[in-house]
Design a protein around this ligand. Structure first.
Ligand code: BTN
Length: 225
């Protein structure tokens, strides 16, 4: 996979789109981002010391409803990387990786869909390695989670290698530890407590509330565990 290393860039998710016309899998990494983006139109602080990368991939014959596989694959690559350095990561559905209950990594996927299929996917990963967490709430670096100093380049290369390995939905579930537990669902202005039951292969979370099962989409709700 072609890999491009940059010093500073607005957002690697935007920078990698430049390679769309070539239709070649490409990764753009930056030492820092000046306009990093998170989910739900949030910004993502991206100071030097973190891994900020975006992979442009072209899934073959993937129906749009199966796009969650891309997210699951990215989360598994991050968890395998964090585990390899001695941390104990877990996935907070759908797109955060935590260690010791704090956010280690965020993932932002932007898909291009044509004729009901995923034509291309931009997989943006921001992983705290040894960056300052000043101004970021409830976050942790991989160095802290692993209790040792880590080089950002070594972690980046391991993450890229893991991203290139295959993974299954079962691998994703093996890093999800909150099923069976009580969660708070935030749906617009409404909040309610429920028990997290399972994650469906399309990425929706099934919760049980008052004896009733509900399938929730990450786009519509937030979750407190
Ligand atoms: C989130 O936690 O809301 C998702 C954060 C995703 C951040 C990564 S860093 C690399 C890529 N470029 C961006 O602008 N965002 C993603």
């Amino acid at each position: 996979m072609k890999t491009i290393l940059l010093d500073a860039v607005g957002s690697t998710n935007d920078a990698v789109r430049r390679y769309l016309p070539a239709r070649e899998n490409t990764i753009v990494c930056a030492r820092r981002q000046t306009a990093g983006r998170g989910t739900k139109s949030r910004s993502f602080l991206s100071e030097e010391g973190g891994v900020y990368l975006s992979a442009l991939i072209f899934p073959s014959d993937m129906p749009a409803p199966e796009a969650f596989r891309v997210m699951a694959h990215a989360a598994v690559a991050v968890c395998r990387t964090a585990s390899a350095f001695g941390a104990e990561p877990e996935i907070k559905w759908p797109n955060d990786v935590l260690a010791q209950g704090r956010k280690l990594c965020g993932i932002l996927i932007e898909n291009g869909v044509a004729a009901g299929k995923v034509d291309h996917s931009v997989v943006g990963i921001g992983l705290n390695v040894c960056n300052s967490l000043h101004g970021i709430e409830n976050a942790i670096t991989l160095s802290e989670a692993a209790s040792r100093a880590l080089s950002v380049e070594t972690v980046r290369d391991a993450l890229i290698a893991n991203f290139r390995q295959s993974s299954t939905f079962g691998d994703y579930l093996s890093f999800v530890h909150f099923l069976g537990r009580d969660v708070e669902v935030i749906e617009g202005e409404a909040r309610y407590r429920a028990v997290a039951r399972r994650i469906a292969e399309d990425g929706r979370l099934e919760v049980e509330c008052g004896g009733e099962l509900r399938l929730l989409s990450a786009a519509e709700i937030s979750l407190r565990i």
